[in-house]
Design a protein around this ligand. Structure first.
Ligand code: F6P
Length: 317
């Protein structure tokens, strides 16, 4: 049997740990394993390389992806898709394992719809796939943001300022929400909840009146410009306000313990499922690994953790 693996879309800490688990499980099972470089772009151009034990040595702790990744527009065309399928046929691949976020798993489903055996593993810092509680990479990104905010808080407090910290996540507010709770930010602004300037400004003014010397607001990138918000906030509150756009610092770095363990478990299970001839997506729900059909995963609607936001509002004042 032959299995191929690719990483697609934005890289996520834990992708390498997943590649390692897939490769090592394949070798254990006597399956030949190929890495495809550059995501779906590399699949279209048939960039396959055989992976051996040493190909994945010393990568469990590394961010990024040794296979490289891409956002492939060609793959979205009929011609590109046909070429991709042809590459799999040329290399006599029995199953493809796709590591990526929402767009990448939709791509995996397109291949499955054309008769290819595909296993999807959710890897994204955004945590925007509804069927799984966590995507691989999300918790690491939250830890990175939390660490960065502790630095920002020091200087913000030293100057008695406010700081608007813009985080990634596209249309999903999970990075803002979870790092808001873990960093003790006073407010968060997320795409899932309408922005209420009065509420945010009032909280800041009350804090200032109580003698609070810093005010941290985390804004998800899907909510517009942090710089525009900062200007408005300064007008409303009279608090000297700065902006920090965390950017790509959130996407790199060593994966957290949680992400390494999840990556190892889902990578191992992906090979087991591929060996059975199944096509499905793997995830993590209520503390255990789960498998679900590609139809189901895209039917489930993401639920925003209002309960966690309520807690943040009470404990961060
Ligand atoms: O999907 C992960 C992510 O980091 C998003 O949070 C962000 O909006 C996007 O990728 C940036 O993508 P790119 O690096 O392709 O511009």
């Amino acid at each position: 049997m032959r299995i191929a693996i690719l990483t697609s879309g934005g890289d996520a800490p834990g992708m390498n740990a997943t590649i390692r688990a897939v490769t090592r499980t394949c070798i254990y099972e006597g399956i030949e394993v190929f890495g495809i470089s550059g995501g779906y772009e590399g699949l279209i151009d048939a960039k396959f390389e055989k992976l051996v034990q040493s190909s994945v040595a010393d990568i469990i702790q590394r961010g990024g992806t040794i296979l490289s990744t891409s956002r492939s527009e060609r793959f979205m065309t009929e011609e590109g898709l046909e070429k991709a399928i042809n590459s799999l046929k040329i290399f006599e691949i029995d199953a493809l394992i796709v590591l990526g976020g929402d767009g990448s798993l939709r791509g995996a489903k397109m291949l499955r719809d054309r008769g290819i055996n595909v296993i999807g593993i959710p890897c994204s810092i955004d945590n925007d796939l509804a069927y799984t509680d966590f995507t691989i990479g999300f918790m690491t990104a939250v830890e990175t943001v939390t660490e960065a905010i502790s630095h920002i808080r020091d200087t913000t407090e030293a100057h008695c300022r406010a700081n608007i910290v813009e985080v990634m996540g596209r249309e999903c507010g999970d990075i803002a929400l979870y790092s808001g709770v873990s960093s003790g930010a006073e407010s968060i602004i997320v795409p899932e909840i309408p922005l209420d300037m009065n509420e945010i400004a009032e909280k800041a003014i009350m804090g200032k009146n109580r003698g609070k010397k810093h005010h941290i607001i985390i804004m998800a990138e899907g909510c517009g410009s942090a710089f525009d918000f900062a200007k408005e906030f300064e007008k409303f509150t009279g608090i000297d306000t700065r902006v920090t756009v965390l950017g790509y610092i959130q996407r790199g770095g060593a994966p957290s313990i949680f992400d390494r363990i999840l990556a190892s478990e889902l990578g191992y299970l992906a090979v087991k499922e591929a060996k059975l001839g199944n096509s499905l997506a793997l995830g993590f729900k209520d503390g255990i690994a789960i498998k679900m059909s590609f139809e189901e995963i895209f039917k489930i609607k993401k639920v925003f953790r209002h309960d966690l936001l309520d807690i943040l509002k009470i404990v961060s004042i």
